[in-house]
Design a protein around this ligand. Structure first.
Ligand code: SF4
Ligand code: SF4
Length: 204
């Protein structure tokens, strides 16, 4: 870089580059008063010494598990109705909303002999590829039944790619007391509207 030769030329160059203006006569690289009193190595040790008195922020993970914020976006969960039937209706809206193409869904038809969800269809195949997922949460926003939500679980590391494709069985919420593993008949009403409009009243 060439030195400005004319008075005022230096200011013009710096304004055009968007830099902070220096006081007239100041030149980059000129030693400050502090530099003159204390050599650079001593200043460096001063920074190190000051760290000794600061509060230590080391976290003892994994011996003390980290507590995330309540709305942290972690591993997904496929939720159930209070009788154990699945909330997923296999509509694929979550897969279409995903910007990373991380979700794969295949819908299946419920029958009277094999019912997995209250509606006509259920998610027969459901996979999330955590090698692709960026935890943006667009999929849970798109889900019309609140089947898909995200937990606070962030411990997803693994040593092979195959195990990071989570299957429906891995993503399904556990059966709580009073729930029955599908397939089974609708326990909370005669049609699926009862599950969304009356479920809290009629749940066991
Ligand atoms: S959190 Fe985002 S990237 Fe991950 S599956 Fe959902 S939409 Fe796709
Ligand atoms: S999780 Fe929700 S959006 Fe995705 S297929 Fe199931 S019901 Fe549809």
């Amino acid at each position: 870089m060439t030195e400005p030769t004319e008075p005022g030329e230096q200011d013009l160059v710096r304004r055009s580059a968007g830099e902070v203006e220096r006081s007239p006569g100041a030149r980059p690289g000129r030693p400050s008063v502090r530099d003159a009193i204390m050599p650079a190595p001593t200043q460096g040790f001063g920074v190190t010494f000051a760290q000794i008195f600061r509060t230590v922020s080391t976290e003892q993970y994994p011996f003390e598990p980290k507590v995330t914020k309540p709305r942290y976006h972690g591993r997904h969960v496929l939720n159930r109705h209070p009788d154990g039937l699945e909330k997923c209706v296999g509509c694929e809206l979550c897969a279409w909303a995903c910007p990373a193409d991380a979700i794969y869904v295949e819908g299946g038809d419920n029958t009277e002999d094999a019912r997995f969800s209250p509606g006509e269809r259920y998610g027969a195949v459901y996979q999330i590829n955590y090698l692709r997922c960026i935890f943006c949460g667009l999929c849970i926003e798109a889900c019309p039944t609140r089947s898909l939500t995200m937990s606070n679980d962030f411990e997803l590391a693994d040593d092979n790619r195959q195990d990071l494709i989570y299957t429906k069985e891995q993503l399904m919420a556990p059966l709580l007391p009073g729930m029955e593993a599908p397939p089974h008949a609708m326990r909370l009403g005669d049609d699926e509207k009862d599950y969304y409009l009356r479920a809290p009243e009629v749940a066991p």
